[in-house]
Design a protein around this ligand. Structure first.
Ligand SMILES: NC(=O)c1ccc[n+]([C@@H]2O[C@H](COP(=O)([O-])OP(=O)(O)OC[C@H]3O[C@@H](n4cnc5c(N)ncnc54)[C@H](OP(=O)(O)O)[C@@H]3O)[C@@H](O)[C@H]2O)c1
Length: 245
């Protein structure tokens, strides 16, 4: 059953897709960089012997989302899996003084997902089958001074995916919320992160694939982030606000 990936240039997207391709699923890679997507699709075609297609998709071009979703369901009528990967970390400091940056962070991580997801959800709901997986972040579990613009958009996204899951449950459509910790991708390159806590896109991609196939509700990836965030969330606000996090 085919998989649609939004934000397919991401290394996490490619790693998750590789698991689907290995299992024989057709893939539609969607994103802004069609040239790069064509290279990825060509590579998958040769490596996994599966049919791979590419489509242009810009999360911020809301006006074209309906046409995009109609197109993908037309070219792939059996489409059953949608993985929403795109996101934008941005710069917290810049976002505090420049609303254009704050707006981009909010729109890229929240509004863009809602716009595309509602259209995909409606199609799956009418077919009474399908599976949507949305990449949120552990950053959405607690607001921190160092990245609360991004974190708050991801918090909204986690709540959105939770509500969508509740709505679609009765139609037999699954919605998975994915909360990665630190992952070694261009988004985190150059950041002073604790090496032991930085996972590979391959590990995160495998976790995403397994959770989608099993129809899970929420995953932390790697799993130990569930424990880390349990501790982080339990710190009283009076103490937390004094920490340089
Ligand atoms: N890396 C981490 O530590 C980490 C941790 C937690 C959650 N996440 C989440 O995991 C997801 C993947 O991130 P990543 O680490 O792979 O980061 P990345 O390498 O920066 O990839 C982000 C992807 O989002 C796409 N994108 C951004 N804005 C877009 C737009 N307007 N329309 C379409 N695509 C757009 C980018 O497309 P282009 O190639 O066109 O720029 C890129 O492919 C994101 O949702 C991120 O928030 C990452």
């Amino acid at each position: 059953m085919p998989l649609l990936v939004l934000g397919a240039n991401s290394l996490i997207a490619q790693a998750a897709s590789a698991n689907f391709a290995e299992a024989g699923h057709e893939i539609i890679f969607a994103g802004r960089n069609k040239e790069e997507l064509s290279k990825i699709a060509g590579d998958f075609n040769i490596r996994y012997k599966v049919n791979c297609l590419t489509e242009y998709f810009d999360a911020l071009d809301y006006a074209n989302h309906r046409k995009f979703v109609e197109t993908v369901f037309t070219i792939s009528p059996e489409l059953n899996y949608a993985l929403i990967v795109f996101g934008y970390l941005g710069t917290q400091e810049k976002a505090q003084s420049d609303f254009t940056e704050a707006h981009k962070i909010i729109n890229s991580n929240y509004t863009g997902v809602v716009s595309a997801c509602e259209l995909i959800a409606a199609e799956f709901e009418s077919r009474k089958k399908g599976s949507i997986a949305i990449i949120s972040s552990v950053a959405g579990d607690r607001g921190r001074q160092s990245n609360y613009m991004y974190g708050s958009a991801k918090a909204g996204l986690s709540a959105y995916s939770q509500g969508l899951r509740n709505r679609l449950f009765k139609s037999g459509v699954n919605v998975l919320t994915i909360k990665p910790g630190f992952v070694d991708t261009p988004m985190t390159y150059g950041m002073p992160l604790p090496k032991l806590l930085v996972a590979s896109p391959k590990k995160v991609g495998k976790d995403i694939y397994k959770a989608m196939i099993k129809g899970k509700n929420v995953i932390y990836t790697p799993f130990y982030w569930w424990w880390i965030m349990k501790i982080v969330k339990s710190i009283p606000e009076t103490i937390f606000k004094k920490l340089k996090l």
